[in-house]
Design a protein around this ligand. Sequence first.
Ligand SMILES: NS(=O)(=O)N=C1NCCCN1
Ligand SMILES: [Zn+2]
Length: 252
Amino acid sequence: MSSPSVWHKNYPVAQGNRQSPIDIVPHQALHDPSLGPVVLNYDQCTSMNITNNGHSVVVQFDDSDDRSVIQGGPLDNPYRLKQFHFHWGEKGCHGSEHTVAGNSYASELHLVHWNAVKYKTFGEAATAPDGLAVLVSLLHKTGDDHRWLHVITDALYMVKFKVSTTVNCFNPKCLLPSSLHYWTYLGSLTTPPLHESVIWIVLREPIIVSEKQLGKFRMLLFTGEEEDQRIRMENNFRPPQPLKGRKVRSSI
Ligand SMILES: NS(=O)(=O)N=C1NCCCN1
Ligand SMILES: [Zn+2]
């Protein structure tokens, strides 16, 4: 994938008014008492496979019905879970896309949902201003393993190259922190085509992961087995973008 600094050449919206990620400044966020809790109804068995798609590792879900949805919070409809994926760095505490008061985390989990009430397909929703909702878990590196992340990190060796393997009955609720307090703002996809179609819901509390678990993400490759070059998949994060007058609201 090309560098974020040149994306605007092919995707002028990269310099738009609601781009993501952003730096979240907690004391500048507006507490909005009308913001209710986000409600997650993730059916256990809609996960299907884990894929190295050449720029991240993605767990896909069966989104043919409303078994796994998010609703409430800033959302006017239930949004259907389609996939989750991660962004990470090459070392230390860099790798998240959103930052909090200028501080980045080692990695960031994106749970991608689409508004199947208003739109017929994910593709259609992905170009609509209220089409997508992405729930974010920030991954903080300390010493301890995350007890459930190992289910994903233990499968990564099977998708070292750009391939896919099955993942059954994985409920991503286990990758969220105990508190569902969040910041929310209107933004975009953080990868091309950078559509300005995402309602972002960033959970305030990070989850704790270990260096060993992060290391397993970093041994993934951007390249396929048949390619001569072996390019490690790391630093697949876009840096914070200008706020352009947007307001970030807080649930608490
Ligand atoms: N990092 S992101 O904003 O979630 N970007 C995405 N691009 C395509 C499909 C889903 N998500
Ligand atoms: Zn993402």
